[in-house]
Ligand binder design. Structure first.
Ligand code: ADP
Length: 392
């Protein structure tokens, strides 16, 4: 059964066609710079990327290209072969405690959350609507980045701010990367052969978040109302004193929105190092003796270790730390830095395993707390959700 997993952004549309339940990728691709002069459509055909540059006015045109492209490149013979479409939706608020089969009512509910994710949800809806028009008879499912974290209790998700902000405006911690945290923690529980395991997932990509998973449920996570909260990232600051907004706005004659933009786009690795948002550049420059790159690296490690310590205490123990996403899967230096920073919890790095890639244990066999690399796969998780809801 073929399922399409879709991630629609404001000017892009990524997709993967999967054979389920085997979880095999049939093809994948991306439509980029939708609405701009230099738009292009890339699709993998027999493992080779085929790119076409053409006018792509809007998401409707993009979706049309994708479905026609699947037939044109003989990936499928007919659209009937697509049995379901799963859409990544960033913000499900408190309205979605599970993935949802898309109906007009569900679309309206997602729209009602636009204030909480003004950059993401409208783009996700555009993708959903375009696919509903292109494949009207195919089941479509919304899979939310926030759903997995809906099991957090109010001690974890409430800010110690006026309670009315929560009641009136939904100001609370929602958390993101939920599909990734769920996929990776489920796999870790399998590897540990313990469904009740206490796990901390470190999803370290350009965006990065940590999640404390106790018995398969998210009990705390580092991102908040928006993806800005938590640990420092490629270009995001993570936690700072909100009073910074007022000070910098006054000093640099900026609006709060502009300062917030600086915290989102000019901070983290990029801000501290002044060189790059990419962990590889940070490590390279640090190794060449660049002081600010060293700071960027060490601040990141310290903040991650702070969260791990706090989740350890909150969960009352820890069975495993899991690394995933671009940095988590590929950077031995950062994994080692984190594991050494938390060695007091009883974790020891296996240097040889840690120097490799792919799913594996990177702690020594006698390490009390285990550490793993588990490559994430949000598309498979989305496709699994489509199948689960279809069978309901
Ligand atoms: P996104 O949040 O955009 O999905 P990814 O999970 O793809 O991000 O992670 C991107 C980051 O992963 C890059 O900025 C880079 O720091 C890091 N990264 C990717 N590949 C490697 C690699 N081979 N070695 C070290 N770091 C890598």
């Amino acid at each position: 059964m073929k399922i399409l997993a879709v991630n629609a952004g404001s000017s892009s549309l990524k997709f993967q066609l999967l054979e389920m339940p085997d979880e095999m990728v049939i093809t994948s691709g991306i439509v980029e710079r939708i609405g701009y002069d230099n738009a292009e459509f890339t699709i993998k055909v027999n493992d080779k990327k085929v790119t076409e540059k053409l006018e792509i006015k809007n998401h409707k045109v993009a979706v049309h290209l994708v479905v026609e492209g699947l037939i044109k490149h003989k990936i499928i013979k007919s659209l009937d072969e697509i049995k379901g479409v799963g859409h990544r939706v960033v913000q499900g608020g408190e309205l979605f405690k599970d993935s949802a089969i898309i109906t007009d009512e569900v679309v309206e509910k997602i729209k009602s959350l636009n204030d909480l994710a003004p950059l993401h949800n409208p783009a996700n809806i555009t993708g959903i609507q375009a696919f509903r028009e292109a494949l009207p008879d195919v089941i479509q499912v919304a899979v939310f980045d926030t759903t997995f974290h809906q099991t957090m209790n109010e001690l974890a998700y409430l800010y110690a701010a006026p309670y009315e902000w929560y009641k009136k405006y939904g100001v609370r911690k929602y958390g993101f990367h939920g599909t990734s945290h769920q996929y990776v923690s489920e796999r870790a529980a399998e590897l540990l052969d313990n469904p009740n395991a206490k796990i901390i997932v470190c999803h370290l990509g350009n965006g990065a978040s940590l999640c404390a998973v106790d018995g398969g449920k998210s009990v705390d996570t580092s991102m908040g109302l928006t993806p800005l909260e938590g640990i420092p990232m490629g270009t995001r600051s993570g936690n700072v004193d909100p009073a910074v907004l007022m000070l910098i706005a006054a000093k640099e004659n900026k609006t709060y929105a502009e300062v917030l933009d600086d915290l989102n786009k000019k901070s983290g690795y990029l801000g501290v190092s002044g060189i790059s948002n990419d962990s590889r550049d940070i490590i390279d420059n640090m190794n060449k003796g660049d002081y600010r790159s060293m700071l960027a690296h060490k601040i990141q490690i310290k903040r991650i270790a702070d969260y791990i310590g706090s989740y350890y205490v909150y969960m009352g123990g820890l069975d495993a730390i899991v690394f995933t996403a671009g940095i988590g899967e590929n950077s031995p230096e950062i994994r080692k830095g984190i594991l050494e920073a938390i060695s007091v919890l009883g974790v020891t790095v296996d240097e040889e395993q840690n120097s490799k890639r792919g799913e594996r244990m990177v702690s020594t066999s006698d390490s009390r707390v285990k550490a793993f690399i588990i490559p994430t796969n949000e598309e498979v998780m989305i496709a699994r959700e489509v199948i689960r809801l279809e069978n309901l």
